[in-house]
Design a protein around this ligand. Structure first.
Ligand code: ADP
Ligand code: ZN
Ligand code: ZN
Length: 653
């Protein structure tokens, strides 16, 4: 009977700690169990990764306080995955294990799955040749990975679902990953309908204990298919046969907390080590995936070129806002009118919520900013508040300048609330609804609005990402993108890619089921390449050009970036720490192949009272950047009050 255990803790320390098993607890303290242990004068949850009959120690070994679970939560596979994560993402094994279990942090702030409404589309009897070919190819499994690149509305979900059914018939299990937003809508219900009870839906509104229950059902072999957002990639299936990664380009697949894993990379690793197949899909693959498709023989690329439900691709027009007085241009107004006359529906998209931005004094130049973050506050008319979208800080709106008392102040920029006001003014008899995280705060609201829209009770639906993604509505003929530029001015090498992808995805909501689809893109930069390529629906053209630029500038996918973010409340301390680390890593870079690109304050230098500085490491060969950082971190501990976050392949700097 083992008397001791090795335990990992959720701390940035990559070593295990030895504890003694109290008498009578031997049966319960096994590998994969969570235990409560004393650590540095407090109690912590730990994960048992090894049992020992005896240990040699020169110190007193403390005892486990208690064992948390009746059955183990981790098996050797998940523990091995955590080991891989710790090497790849440069975190500790304990942090990786803790990230996997459904303990706590919710995936996102997107509202929950709502059960009352039925948003179901029936099972498709009528498959297209392209779909059939894709399914047949996937099921042959001649390659470890497939990419289903198909235009919006080409019926990718049906391919995924059929492949899943076939794999389950073989007695294997399936993980189906989708962005959280898709889960809240149609797909989840479709999945439950097909696979009945043997499904686990891992959405963000489950409480930790509900998630744990689902997790245990999976371990117990009661589930064939788990559908969920990012963290469902860890679903502890024995006998995994297939991982599906829908909307592969979505940023929400990357974790915002340590370890900052990407579900695509973890899925790839799991499939490789567990002998499963990975199938990804999107109408706008990430540039990383696109490069993989071109260059990697391991990836089978499948192409769906046609829409399946009777629609053709929409006609797209660009409107130059520089010549417009109104935020809804004359052209867009005309198109909305036409659409309403035909009793069809319109979606208006804007990537910013709130009413307006930037409170500015024309007399003294004062700008109202969040006291805790390096950002301007947003004016919310509905609640009569100025709000920080980063830390939630709120204050009363101002009519006079707090610095000089001048009345010559103005608000500029616009968000969804202002668009709503404007659209109501222009189309007083239309039925209008707004969907964004503000309007969705009320429980049940999202489902209600979506159902009403689908049932034709709303004429114009306007909002943020929530109206842009994953929705399929038969009556939608017009999509208006109110301002396509919001992401273009950001100093980020992915700005073009993001804008392009968003434009194509949003446009894809129009005319899915008929050939009258129209899209209006409003912009101040009509000549911008992302907008021009989107206008021509030239996805491949955009990728070729963008890949060429990345190649020339040495950015991913042609290099590996690792962002080291130092944060803390004391600005001076954080700055000193970055300088210290910079000097340390510079000493190690003599061999070349990897270098420090910059060491400075982050583009967003303060969030929630934490000052942020970063050091960006780049390596033309991925492994060299990796080795350099691993080496620099191996004998390094940040000063007290300074925290370090390692972000491999960062999506945001
Ligand atoms: P994508 O994910 O490629 O944008 P979806 O999978 O959402 O497209 O499919 C769009 C719509 O077409 C869905 O309502 C789906 O039920 C329907 N559909 C899928 N395959 C077919 C088919 N072969 N014939 C007719 N309709 C189909
Ligand atoms: Zn002033
Ligand atoms: Zn703030």
């Amino acid at each position: 009977m083992p008397k001791f255990v090795e335990v990992l803790l959720d701390l940035p320390i990559d070593r295990s700690f030895t504890y003694q098993i109290p008498d009578g607890m031997e049966e319960k303290a096994r590998i994969g169990h969570r235990v409560v242990v004393p650590f540095a004068r407090r109690e912590m949850t730990g994960y048992v990764v090894e049992t020992l009959d005896e240990v040699e120690a020169t110190y007193t070994i403390k005892e486990i306080k208690r064992v948390i679970d009746d059955t183990p939560l981790y098996n050797t596979q998940t523990i091995a995955l955590a080991e891989w994560m710790s090497r790849f993402y440069l975190c500790s094994r304990g942090e990786a294990l803790s990230m996997m279990i459904p303990g706590g942090r919710r995936d996102s702030s997107i509202p929950a799955l709502e059960s009352e409404e039925d948003l179901l589309f029936g099972r498709v009897e009528r498959l297209s040749d392209e779909q059939q070919h894709a399914i047949d190819t996937i099921l042959k499994r001649e390659k470890p990975m497939y990419y289903l690149y198909g235009i919006t509305g080409s019926g990718k979900s049906e391919v995924f679902l059929r492949a899943a059914e076939a794999i389950i018939r073989e007695g294997k299990t399936v993980i189906y990953l989708v962005p959280e937003i898709t889960l809240t809508h149609q797909l989840a219900r479709q999945v439950t309908n097909r696979f009945s009870q043997r499904v686990a839906i891992l959405h963000s509104a489950l409480t930790p204990s509900q998630r744990l229950k689902e997790w245990k059902r999976i371990i117990a072999g009661e589930v064939d298919l788990a559908i969920g957002a990012r963290s469902a990639v860890f679903a502890p299936f024995p006998n995994l046969g297939l991982i599906i990664l829908d909307e592969e380009h979505e940023n929400s697949y990357k974790s915002g907390n340590t370890p900052r894993y990407h579900a695509r990379q973890v899925a790839q690793r799991r499939c490789q080590s567990e002998g499963a197949t990975l199938v990804m899909g999107s109408a706008t693959p990430s540039l990383e995936a696109w490069a993989l498709m071109q260059e990697n023989k391991e990836v089978g690329s499948l192409h769906l070129r046609n829409r399946v439900s009777g629609g053709t691709m929409p006609v797209i027009e660009v409107v130059n806002l520089s010549y417009e007085k109104n935020l809804i241009s004359k052209t867009l107004q005309e198109r909305i009118k036409e659409t309403l006359n035909k009793k069809k529906q319109a979606i208006l998209f804007l990537n910013r919520r709130g009413f307006s931005y930037f409170f500015h004094c024309n007399s003294c130049g004062y700008e109202l900013r969040c006291p805790h973050c390096a950002v301007a506050l947003t004016y919310h008319k509905g609640t009569e508040q100025m709000v920080c979208h980063y830390c939630g800080y709120r204050t009363k709106p101002m009519r006079v300048c707090p610095e000089c008392n001048s009345l010559d102040v103005n608000y500029s920029g616009f968000g969804t609330e202002m668009v709503e006001e404007e659209v109501r003014r222009l189309f007083p008899s239309a039925r209008i609804a707004r969907l964004d995280t503000d309007s969705a705060k009320k429980k049940g609201q999202v489902g209600k609005v979506i159902k009403a829209f689908r049932d034709g009770e709303i004429d114009i639906l306007l909002g943020t990402q929530m109206v842009a993604k994953g929705l399929n509505f038969p009556l939608v003929e017009l999509v208006g993108i109110v301002l396509a530029d919001s992401g273009l001015n950001i100093p980020d090498f992915r700005a073009q890619e993001r804008t392009f992808s968003l434009l194509v995805q949003v446009s894809g909501r129009a005319g899915r089921y008929n050939d009258q689809g129209r899209v209006i893109i409003q912009t101040y930069h009509p000549e911008n390449p992302a907008i021009q390529y989107a206008l021509r629906s030239d996805v491949q053209g955009f990728y070729s050009q963008e890949l060429e630029i990345r190649k020339q500038t040495g950015f991913p996918p042609y290099s590996r970036l690792i962002n080291l973010v130092f944060r803390g409340r004391n600005q001076q301390k954080v700055e000193q720490e970055v300088q210290k680390f910079s000097a340390h890593i510079e000493q190690l870079t003599v061999n070349g192949g990897a270098e420090v690109l910059c060491s400075s304050e982050c583009p967003l230098e303060k969030i929630a009272s934490n000052w942020r500085y970063h050091l960006l490491v780049s390596g033309v060969q991925a492994s060299l950047a990796h080795h350099l950082v691993a080496k620099a971190l191996s004998d390094y501990t940040p000063a007290r009050g300074v925290y370090l976050e390692v972000d491999l392949d960062p999506l945001q700097l």
